[in-house]
Design a protein around this ligand. Sequence first.
Ligand SMILES: [Zn+2]
Length: 258
Amino acid sequence: METHILDAPWRPLTDNGMGYLSVYFSEPLARWPVREITRPGDNKSDPNTETGTYGLFSTCEPSMRNRIVKDGAATIFFLTTRKKYQGRVLSGYYKIGWYTEGTQGAINNDYALAAAALRFIDPIRVVNLPGPLSAICSTPFRTMKPIGEEPTRALTDICNQLPDLTDEYIHEVDRIERFARARSGYAYPSWGRETGFSWNDARDYYQVDLDLSKVPNSSKNQRWRCRNCLYVIRSGALLKKCPLCKGMATLVPAEEGA
Ligand SMILES: [Zn+2]
């Protein structure tokens, strides 16, 4: 990973010892709770375990990414719900070591994050975590929640004491992508994307346009117009790359009558 970082516009992030809990949609077809690659109309690319990045390829969680860059709370713990009756599970963490502006730029709080260390584990139900950690992780919250130094250290220790299954998760990502491609011709149909992600794709996603404007991260009718090819596409989330002309940072909400 370090060679990819040295090679590109990444800046080091100083870790203040604190962290965030981050909720993501996980893949119902997968053996391990990788992101929901097959989510209809809104295929997920984060957490991008295979590159150890977050927000490089997607527009997920811009406010958390922005906050991490500003406050240095560098550890992201990933929580997801697999089966409703189990509640949320803890699947692993990233310790962010670097950041760079994403395609939508600082004006849109769009920072890509890269992990200096990461570890994914056999998921633990948060209700089974010891002592106060259970309450901290079980209290209902949406999308993300900042946590202090003590729980950050304790959750990191718990993950580090369990076998490192990161490679298993990465294999699972690859398996689900191949499954999706066999079914539709695309690994990520809502992106018009045939293949998975690697560091070879990263350079397309660094911020280069100095003339960016503020773009809403959501579209009420899930329709987006490309300023480049002018087509309107459907997607649950703002995409960084136009699925048709492959232009970067060209999509804007296509509201009714616009
Ligand atoms: Zn386009």
